[in-house]
Design a protein. Sequence first.
Length: 151
Amino acid sequence: MNRIAVSAEGLEPPPWTERLRAFALSALDALAIDGWDVSVLLCDDAFMADLNERYRGKEGPTDVLSFEQGEDWDDPEAGPRHLAGDIVISLETLPRNAAEFGIAEDEELRRLVVHGLLHLSGLDHATNEAAEPMLARQEEVLASISGERIL
């Protein structure tokens, strides 16, 4: 059983946080991952810019950051667990990216969630080209759960 915690920083938690949690759980199922604990933090651009500067040395906000923890532990009630880490998504960057890519905001949000989960699983990419193995896997996962919506 996977567990997803959703919270917000710098903005009110949106009314669809439970759907985001359910989508992230479906994405983990599609990735055949079990026993993970993941937090998803929704934030504004100011908070994201601070994280981006502090942890990546890059100025300004970005759309998604993942912070892998990769710690295993034993929960007395749930058994072996994997503290995968944190996914941080800027809800102010999201609509700008969706407009730039010509896609719905819901599609972009789903893509960011899966992207973050793949980073937590240890995958990475050198470019944003669709041929990148991680990005190809991202699109496979999205296609397998394409009927689910968050927004």
